[in-house]
Ligand binder design. Structure first.
Ligand code: NAP
Length: 270
């Protein structure tokens, strides 16, 4: 029998999660998603053609018709939606991926028998290569806890954590793909401007980075140690790293991470 899964919000993370669910098991799921505007629904429909699409007025129908509901809207939209869907949430699994929205906030707005889960997935969930820290609200039985973990493992690694860690994990896991892409973009531009055809630049740079990540993971090599090993005084790597250090890039990155963490903590307190 198919599991009916609803997505409240059909933007970037909903597309990644829906795609991750369907990977290799297209027939196990029946998907429905809702959006505020028609355009947003059309983008989701192109990526996930088998999903039914509802306008926001039908959010309560989406919840009624689904066994598992992913809440994938911006944090400022969450409270309004929780109030809108409350009468339909008895015994449903509600999985929120919204930054800054606590289990307590959700529990206060939803039916007491709703099972609430808070998660912070990331975009590689689409390929089953993501990381999803999560925590559970009250009332989950042992079997359902296990089923919930298995569901999240379809997106990659699922790690149960203390809810206090969510602001930090939002900065590291949720935003992590954006830092990587921000770092990659100038390297890619440099490669193309310096004469490498774009498709080859893309293929070789991505393989270099994914290979390096695998190397660190599989050999347990410390990144600081890896940098030291690849840096010969007077050599080519040294020339590049020296410029980065003169520009205090590590301090700049640290300031960026602190700013993101402060923003995530502020959202949590609202
Ligand atoms: N993007 C990530 O990598 C990522 C990772 C982890 C967690 N998150 C969290 O996921 C949430 C969504 O982020 P996102 O990047 O996917 O945002 P997004 O691309 O802007 O998508 C938000 C979606 O919510 C829809 N929406 C807004 N109000 C709605 C309503 N009342 N009823 C139904 N749908 C409604 C939007 O429709 P319209 O476009 O028509 O307004 C849009 O489809 C955020 O809370 C974020 O913290 C994101």
């Amino acid at each position: 029998m198919k599991t009916r899964v609803g997505f409240l919000g059909a933007g970037r993370i909903a597309r990644a999660l829906a795609g991750g669910l369907l990977r290799g098991e297209k027939d196990s799921w029946e998907l429905v998603a809702s959006t505020r505007t028609r355009e947003s629904g059309e983008d989701f429909g192109k990526a996930i053609p088998q999903a039914r699409l509802y306008p926001e007025e039908r959010n309560p129908d989406l919840v009624r018709e689904s066994q598992i509901i992913f809440l994938c809207v911006k944090p400022q939209e969450v409270c309004g939606i929780l109030r809108q869907i409350r009468p339909a949430t008895a015994d449903k699994w509600i999985i929120s991926v919204a930054a800054g929205i606590s289990l307590a906030t959700m529990a206060a707005e939803l039916a007491p028998s709703a099972r609430i889960l808070r998660a912070m997935p990331n975009l590689p969930s689409l390929l089953g290569r993501g990381v999803t820290p999560y925590c559970l609200g009250p009332g989950w039985g042992a079997d359902d806890r296990e089923r919930a973990k298995k569901l999240l493992q379809r997106f990659g690694e699922a790690v149960e954590v203390d809810e206090k860690l969510f602001p930090l994990l939002t900065v590291l896991v949720g935003c992590g793909p954006a830092y990587f892409c921000a770092f990659l973009a100038p390297l890619f531009r440099f490669a193309v401007e310096s004469g490498l055809p774009a498709p080859e630049a893309r293929r070789m740079l991505l393989s270099t980075f994914s290979g390096t990540a695998d190397l660190l993971q599989q050999t347990n090599l410390d990144p600081v140690e890896a940098v030291r090993e690849s840096r010969t005084p007077g050599g080519i790597t040294h020339a590049a790293l020296t410029i980065l250090e003169e520009r205090e890039w590590q301090e700049t990155l640290r300031r960026a991470l602190d700013a993101a963490w402060n923003r995530a903590k502020t959202l949590e307190e609202v």
